[in-house]
Design a protein around this ligand. Structure first.
Ligand code: HEM
Length: 227
């Protein structure tokens, strides 16, 4: 009896998993970036926003439940994104009949070639970032009741290397996102040179806007604009 592969395990199914989980993660990134920008509205307003995050859904849901549902969905999305990417990459490698004697110059953009390592760096950054600004273990202040103070303490001028590290991680997110969004826009749009150009431009605009929105916060603290 021949085993049939469930549709989700087909290449098309796995690409759909990549796309759906990628969209969820981008949505989180956009909302998180907009939330971070509230730092420019002052300490009381930013801290209030952070406390409100824990109250979303109340009284229908108990305190922090929404946050935990979101965390669960994001974790499942990250795991599914990684698993689908790994299976697709393995299949692509297995489909190559003979290994190249000399590795040919790989075609495609810099972003396309660095998707795997970009993903690993982003994952490591997110783990560090949660220990820094969510649990506070790696933060010089680490006061859960004062997220504004935690951000200001984190990116203080004498801790310029933290801003440097965040900058590298966020630029990596930008490259990863540009390639992911380009692939998605290309699949959804017209398969013509014009459609291709549009997909490329749209992905670039999204990636640059997101990078700028994230980077403005540490640099505002570093330069004393936010203190
Ligand atoms: C300079 C840029 C960033 C700043 C200032 C920042 C700030 C913060 C702060 C203050 C929190 C804690 C929120 C709270 O517990 O109330 C947080 C949580 C988080 N951030 Fe960021 N963030 C930045 C970039 C990023 C990036 C690029 C990612 C993803 C690639 C990310 C992913 C997360 C995640 C997953 C959490 C945990 C959310 C939760 O508690 O469920 N952040 N961030």
């Amino acid at each position: 009896m021949t085993k049939t592969r469930s549709p989700i395990r087909s290449n098309v199914g796995l690409k759909a998993v990549m796309a759906v989980t990628g969209i969820l993660l981008v949505l989180f990134l956009v909302v998180h970036m907009l939330g971070n920008l509230k730092i420019f509205t002052g300490e009381t307003s930013f801290d209030h926003y952070a406390h409100w995050l824990r109250d979303i859904g109340t009284p229908l849901l108990p305190h922090t439940w929404y946050l935990w549902i979101q965390r669960t969905v994001l974790t499942v999305a990250v795991v599914a994104h990684i698993v689908a990417a790994t299976v697709l990459a393995r299949r692509a490698r297995a489909a190559r009949p003979v290994k190249y004697a000399h590795r040919k110059k790989v075609r495609g953009s810099y972003a396309a070639r660095t998707m795997r390592w970009g993903g690993v760096i982003i994952l490591l950054f997110v783990i560090y970032h949660i220990l820094d600004l969510t649990t506070g273990h790696l933060n010089p202040q680490g006061d859960a009741s004062n997220p504004y103070g935690n951000v200001v303490a984190d990116f203080a001028p004498e801790r310029w290397y933290v801003t440097l590290f965040y900058t590298l991680a966020i630029v990596t997110v930008g490259f990863h996102l540009r390639h992911g969004a380009y692939s998605a826009f290309r699949s959804l749009g017209q398969q013509t040179p014009r459609g291709e150009r549009r997909a490329r431009a749209g992905a670039l605009v999204l990636a640059v806007a997101l990078c700028a929105g994230y980077l403005v916060v540490p640099f505002a603290v570093l330069t004393g604009l936010v203190s």
